[in-house]
Design a protein around this ligand. Structure first.
Ligand code: BDP
Length: 657
């Protein structure tokens, strides 16, 4: 049953929240959440938590977590085998597979494309979010023997359990981020290995994004979720096996700065096995020796007459780190970096010391049939569409995007607001639920930061989208008034989350995006205030000019109160491509174009507005709902098949010319 107890205070200060270990609870799971009882996730994360998934009962020696800081690469010392293709697949709606050893062999599988969401691949899986099993077989090449062999999953939404040859190696919770296990101890040389991954995406109030907290009988969506994108499920990104030398580079952090015309690269490298010994690093003609002690080495490299990274000149430098002797390296890894700085000064966001205005869109990873599965041509095309409208930026609404997209953004000079999956957080249920969500948010940020910290395109982290102040709806559909405990819960939560995130990254600003009813005490923790506004759509119906007209004074007041830079990170209207009306009517292309133009003009005349990002780049699939024609959110300025609507032309006129 969903928890309907009123808001409770978490304890007033964030520290108390930070220190106690959050507990996953079954208390609030709804009936269909029976899985909670069988999977028993038992989170254990926090400021000092290990980065990756938990490790379970591998029998043949220790199964070790593998860091996901470095995307696997094929080079002189490393090998990479991607397991994309047709996998065996079986739904398990009754949760019987564990007891019947499906990890060894699925009894009645069909074939499925990986990567890809399962939902649109079959008729009976469209709205299914329960347990499903994936299985494939491959043979490890003999040449990998003696190396560390790692299995890495790029994204499994939402909870995954992994087996090799029937031995459980670990679990991971939270979609959209990679996790990996060192499976060397289980490698069966000379025989085919069976890899099994059980995935489920059941909506629960203890998950992020949370779902299932609305009062029963008042479901507003089908499937019943509380966020506005389809709950696509499955193996969404590459599953890879890779081999690295026993002593290998496990992490690289490169923080850049300028000194006169030179670029500085402050480097921290981690190596496995507590390696102590020599290495080297090279970037942009600069070279340095590295001296490892206990697996760590630091150095600063100076690139003379550096070319700074920016949207206009997205110059990237290959940074190569070597372990051991450069002529006969133990391990080598090459990473592309950009030299740039980002900071907030007064009411300005400064890139390389100069005020920058972000123009662009929020997006989704969404395309027919693939669902949320990796689709490289679409990822490439979307950045071209952003450039076509004159954009220089996007937000990874509402979850981390594929690593390939982040590399594309670096190369194409896109400024990225990188968001964890904390969409529509809620603070009105039990302490235990709120703590479980905080725990997951911290884990998500830790994993995202670890994965994306070296991308020059990432200029800001977004720790939540539209935490809800007004979503607790009673059976009559009325919104319940907020009480002080609810507000205090939210504030303690965000103090803990922002505080934790700021200990990891001291070089980038943080934000959350605030809807009109989000508590200002929460949003004010941001370095750049980000607001989402839908005047002319959810209010002021039929008046497309209202958003721009109302935003102007609101922005001025916000600026006067806080003195911070402000971004409008969402605004828009649904438009059915091909529907026209004069005078403009809701759902017509003219209405969307007029609304969007009004907001862009209101922002353009205010120098403290650091960015304007339309909601959204392309139409997306979402849950079925009143107001979601065809199960779609149609606020794209391009259609789902990437054709421009009038609003895209209006933006192009303003931004690209
Ligand atoms: C905002 C949300 C976004 C929705 C959008 C909308 O951040 O996820 O899709 O509104 O309603 O509230 O279209």
């Amino acid at each position: 049953m969903a928890d309907r107890r009123g808001p409770q205070t978490l304890g007033q200060d964030a520290e108390a929240l930070e220190e106690e270990t959050p507990q996953m609870t079954t208390e609030t799971a709804s009936r269909r959440d029976f899985l909670m009882l069988t999977t028993s996730i038992g989170l254990a994360s926090g400021a000092s938590a290990p980065v990756q998934a938990q490790v379970r009962d591998g029998p043949a020696g220790p199964i070790r977590q593998a860091p996901c800081a470095l995307e696997p690469q094929q080079n002189l010392t490393r090998n990479l085998l991607e397991l994309a293709g047709l996998w065996e697949f079986q739904l398990d709606p009754d949760g019987i597979g564990d007891g019947k050893d499906w990890a060894t062999k699925l009894p009645a599988p069909r074939l499925i494309g990986v990567p890809g969401s399962w939902n649109d691949q079959f008729e009976d899986t469209r709205d299914y979010t329960g347990v499903a099993w994936y299985q494939t077989r491959t043979t490890l090449p003999r040449s990998w023997r003696g190396q560390r062999v790692v299995l890495r999953v790029g994204s499994a939404v939402y909870h995954a359990t992994v087996w090799i040859n029937g031995h459980k190696v670990g679990e991971h919770q939270g979609g959209h981020l990679p996790f990996a296990f060192d499976i060397t101890a289980l490698a069966d040389w000379g025989h085919a290995s069976t890899i099994t991954i059980r995935v489920e995406n059941v909506a629960m109030p203890t998950r992020v994004p949370p779902a299932g907290y609305a009062v029963p009988g008042h479901a507003t969506n089908f499937p019943d979720i509380n966020y506005d994108y389809f709950p696509y499920s499955g193996l969404h990104r590459a599953v890879t096996l890779y081999a690295v030398p026993k002593i290998h580079i496990s992490d690289i952090s490169a923080v850049t700065a300028f000194e006169g015309a030179d670029g500085l690269v402050h480097l921290r490298v981690s190596a496995s096995e507590g390696f102590s010994g020599a290495g080297s690093a090279a970037v942009g003609g600069a070279k340095t020796a590295l001296s490892f002690k206990g697996g760590e080495a630091t150095a600063t490299l100076r690139i003379p007459a550096v070319q700074a990274w920016s949207p206009a000149t997205p110059h990237l430098y290959p940074l190569t780190v070597t372990l051991g002797d450069a002529a006969e390296p133990t391990d080598v890894y090459t990473l592309e970096i950009g030299v740039r700085t980002i900071e907030v000064k007064g009411d300005q966001l400064l890139l390389n010391g100069q005020p920058i205005h972000l123009k662009g869109a929020a997006r989704h990873e969404d395309f027919p049939i693939n669902g949320r599965g990796l689709n490289l041509p679409v990822a490439v095309r979307d950045i071209q569409l952003l450039k076509w409208i004159g954009g220089n930026s996007f937000r990874t609404s509402h979850y981390p995007y594929a690593e390939e997209t982040m590399r594309l953004a670096d190369r194409e000079g896109m400024l990225v607001i990188n968001e964890i999956p904390a969409c529509k957080l809620y603070f009105g249920d039990s302490d235990a639920n709120i703590r479980a969500r905080l725990d997951q948010c911290r884990q998500d940020f830790l994993e995202l930061y670890t994965r994306d910290k070296n991308h020059p395109s990432v200029i800001m982290w977004c720790l939540a989208n539209e935490p809800t102040s007004n979503a607790f709806v009673n059976n009559a559909g009325a919104k319940l008034p907020l009480d002080d405990a609810y507000k205090a819960n939210g504030l303690a939560f965000f103090q803990a989350l922002f505080g934790y995130a700021r200990t990891l990254d001291k070089t980038r600003p943080f934000t959350l995006t605030a809807m009109s009813a989000t508590e200002w005490s929460w949003a004010d923790l941001s370095d750049v205030l980000c607001i989402n506004r839908y005047n002319g759509w959810y209010s002021h119906l039929g008046d497309p000019g209202s958003d721009g007209a109302l935003l102007g004074p609101e922005l001025d007041a916000l600026h006067a109160r806080t003195g911070k830079p402000i971004m409008v990170t969402e605004f828009g209207a649904d438009a059915i491509a091909g529907v026209h009306a004069d005078p403009p009517e809701m759902w017509s292309e003219e209405y969307e174009a007029e609304l969007v133009s009004g907001v862009v003009d209101a922002c353009a005349s205010r120098p403290f507005v650091a960015g304007t990002q339309v909601w959204m780049l392309c139409d997306i699939k979402t849950a079925q709902a009143t107001g979601r024609a065809g199960g779609m959110n149609l606020k794209g300025v391009f259609t789902r098949d990437r054709r421009p609507k009038m609003a895209a032309h209006a933006l192009r006129k303003r931004w690209a010319t």
